[in-house]
Design a binder for this molecule. Structure first.
Ligand SMILES: C[S@@+](CC[C@H](N)C(=O)[O-])C[C@H]1O[C@@H](n2cnc3c(N)ncnc32)[C@H](O)[C@@H]1O
Length: 259
């Protein structure tokens, strides 16, 4: 894509040897003898490579491009990888330039018999009211019914991949969100998803657009909003390394992504 979009030279890093070999075969088919002069595919994690290995053509890059986004903005390690490259090669513009994760409280999910049967058929057993485990748990999902959303979504983590000072400060985040809901509202969990800004004003929102990314449903178990009409959600993010961890606290219930 970068070559087709006008890059003179491209250096690609791929941690998986099989994926790197597949990329090299494809590039050789496309560019034949000129491949080596135009593109280098290096096997290994960029974060493990010496600075000289990051620049096999001997020059600093003009642009960083990485698809390291997951169902959340940070779960595949994009903040740590971009921060490492910005420290050693930057400052550089990045694609995506920024990404956020959002959350919205949702009403308890009650699946139809057809959905329960289909989930069992495709995934080997899921879920209806009563079949959820008692504690909080995180599920992949898509097409979560919009009518179950109870409030406006709020951002629980955000990263600016093009600005190292901002990114350094964002590697650990701790937010206290408050959703205002009518007293007596029954809440079943939180829906979590990702929105990325690829370049100025060009966004992908994985809740709004149909993409290959799923969303996460953080099941909390039904709870009822008290007379103050507030649902407090605390979200702690540690994205200093590629092994990102999250901790959500909602009322008395807490969920850690890496216990
Ligand atoms: C979401 S996939 C993207 C695959 C493909 N590049 C694309 O855009 O469709 C992320 C890929 O990045 C690789 N990866 C993750 N961290 C990396 C790092 N620090 N250096 C190099 N590759 C990495 C993974 O092995 C995985 O193949």
């Amino acid at each position: 894509m970068s070559l087709k979009s006008g890059a003179e030279q491209v250096v690609a890093f791929e941690a998986s040897a099989a994926h790197a070999a597949a990329a090299r075969r494809r590039l050789e088919r496309l560019f034949g003898d000129t491949t080596g002069r135009r593109v280098q595919v290096l096997t290994g994690k960029s974060t493990d490579m010496e600075e000289t290995a990051l620049m096999p053509f001997g020059t600093k890059p003009d642009l960083l491009v990485a698809e390291l986004l997951g169902y959340t903005a940070s779960e595949e390690g994009a903040p740590a990888v971009f921060a490492d490259l910005q420290r050693r090669l930057g400052p550089l513009p990045a694609v995506p330039s920024a990404a956020q994760s959002l959350a919205v409280p949702v009403a308890p999910l009650v699946l139809s018999r057809t959905d329960v049967w289909r989930n069992w058929w495709v995934h080997g057993g899921w879920l209806s009211r009563g079949q959820f485990p008692p504690g909080p748990a995180l599920y992949d999902c898509r097409n979560f019914p919009r009518e179950l959303e109870l409030a406006e979504p709020q951002v629980w983590e955000e990263f600016n991949f093009s600005n190292l000072d901002q990114l350094e400060a964002q590697l650990q985040q701790d937010r206290e969100l408050v959703f205002n809901l009518p007293a007596g509202t029954e809440v079943g969990g939180l829906l979590l998803w990702m929105r990325a800004e690829l370049a100025d004003g060009i966004y992908i929102d994985t809740r709004k657009e149909c993409t290959s990314w799923n969303q996460y449903y953080l099941h909390l178990g039904p709870q009822v909003i008290g007379p103050d009409g507030r649902l407090g959600v605390s979200a702690k993010v540690d994205a200093r390394t590629e092994d990102v961890s999250y901790e959500f606290q909602v009322g008395q219930k807490s969920y850690r992504s890496h216990p």
